[in-house]
Design a protein around this ligand. Structure first.
Ligand code: 5GP
Ligand code: MG
Ligand code: MG
Length: 183
């Protein structure tokens, strides 16, 4: 679905499909340079990272493996607390693996900082993070993100995997959700 198909639900278009694809290609060139000749395990965080993973994996000129995790962070309301529960774990053994976590967005950074430590503790040789979007809030938590697509304002965004109440994941682009939708 196009952003224009739900324009009444958005206040702003942040990124078109073309801009996202150009950014993903840029991220892939950096990843290829860092992992030349290596086999990387891409770990996608369900469900938001599905689109990033699909495009990133196909654009990468490297041999990769793909695995998936689903996590939920406990917390009151919309703030994540940093206490994370694993809903679906990896199938892969991480011993000696070079792991690249693929995420849609970093907000507080609490989920990813927990996840990075969790995967490191399983014996991975390295664990790095690639996130398409980062909000300024993320700066408050010490999480080292090696590959970032776009820095965005502190607004609730949807599309390209990102949902509101499970809607809008299938938008080709990314936009800011209009407050009347969640008010
Ligand atoms: P945090 O970094 O705060 O621990 O949590 C990040 C998670 O919160 C993301 O993976 C995503 O699921 C959700 N999230 C944070 N900001 C947004 C946003 O603007 N839009 C959507 N749809 N989800 C968000
Ligand atoms: Mg996510
Ligand atoms: Mg969500």
């Amino acid at each position: 679905m196009e952003l224009s198909d739900v324009s009444a639900d958005l206040t702003e278009v942040l990124f078109t499909e073309e801009q996202i694809h150009a950014k993903i290609a840029e991220l892939c060139r950096a990843i290829e340079a860092d992992y030349a000749g290596e086999r990387v395990l891409l770990v996608g965080v369900l469900r938001g990272a599905v689109m990033v993973m699909a495009d990133l994996a196909r654009e990468l000129k490297l041999h990769i493996d793909m695995d998936w995790m689903a996590v939920s962070s406990y917390g009151a309301g919309t703030q994540s607390s940093g206490v994370v529960r694993i809903l679906k774990d990896l199938d892969s053994d991480l011993h000696g693996r070079k792991v690249l976590i693929v995420e849609d967005i970093i907000d507080s950074g609490l989920t990813l900082s927990w996840l990075k430590k969790n995967l490191q503790a399983r014996g991975a040789e390295s664990v790095e993070i690639c996130a398409l979007l980062r909000k300024p809030e993320a700066a408050k938590v010490q999480v080292d993100v090696k590959y970032i697509g776009f820095e965005i304002p502190n607004a609730f965004v949807v599309g390209y995997g990102l949902d509101y109440a499970e809607k809008y994941r299938n938008l080709r682009g990314i936009g800011v959700l209009a407050p009347h939708i969640y008010a």
